[in-house]
Design a binder for this molecule. Sequence first.
Ligand code: MRU
Length: 376
Amino acid sequence: MKVGNKHYRTIWEDENKPGIIQVIDQRWLPHKFIIESLKSVDGVVKAIKEMHVRGAPLVGITAAYGIYISAIEAQQKKGYKKHILESVEKIKSTRPTAKNLFWAIDEMLSSISNLDDIDEIIRATRAKAEELAEKDISDCKSIGEYGFKIIENIYINKKGSGVESYAPTVNILTHCNAGWLATVDYGTALAPIYIAHERGIKLHVWVDETRPRNQGAKLTAWELGENGIPHILIVDNAGGHLMQKGMVDLVLVGSDRTTAAGDVANKIGTYLKALAAYDNNIPFYVALPSSTIDWEIEKGENIPIEERNPDEVRYVDGLYKNEIVNILIPPETSPALNYAFDVTPARLVTGLITERGICKANKVSIAKLFPDKIRK
Ligand code: MRU
């Protein structure tokens, strides 16, 4: 995606300094565009845990590059395998919900399972991390193409047999950030939106997740704005009201972990959007690469839900007189609870948009698209 006029991925290896991985430090967006260099496993762990990078696919790819960095570090250690395995444990302990993190680490480990020579391990981990990053990009492009069809159909239906020149607007609600910032490029839920916009479909996006972290307000609003997509920010509580008033044609969200039977964990508040969409007969689609699917579990209640620091609820940060400041909202002594994700049951999901096509959110339909992935 472009920032200003320059194309950026969200993560890349420094072309002049192999082994140094660069990321956009998303904590400062939209007010500051800061690129951070990740040079150590500890740096990678901090970046994931403290959400310099975030979004399930990007968390996975950062973890993959983390294993590459770990192999470089291991060169200087006596027991290099031990160092890599310790790094794996550290990286795995950063964020529990996004399946992509664990998927990427497994992919990295199997790419070196037969290797003993550390130079070969370094080469293999570098190549594998790059391969996974490229796969993420192509998966997101495919998700974009499949999701585009949904938007196009809504557009055509809205146009109906009306006046030739009438170009209706497709109103899409998205929650949190499932755009290019959450992936390596293009995004999951936002990829179809970018394609539809490029192809001339008039659309407009309602943007939320205005708490606990303001990811919609900060990240989605910024990236849509950078790409010229009309959007309006709403508070999380407004979604249901807009749906009742006929102001939403489609809800499109991402996922951090989807079970083999189609229950969807996504940013906290997604479930409420799904309920409101269901009640108002509005299609609710979830866009996700298969790296997000947990083939081991079927029930959403078994998805580990991350609980983050309550201070993310108690405090809000933003720009004041050109400085980013952090302010306290409730009484100093009031405690807060901060679940980062919730689970939307499959019955509320109209469909899953994956890199292999669109399927119903149920075991049979998912397995039909991914027969090679299901547990035998
Ligand atoms: O906590 P985050 O920002 O890492 O949350 C993840 C998300 O941005 C969303 O839940 C997103 O919809 C899924 S990732 C494409």
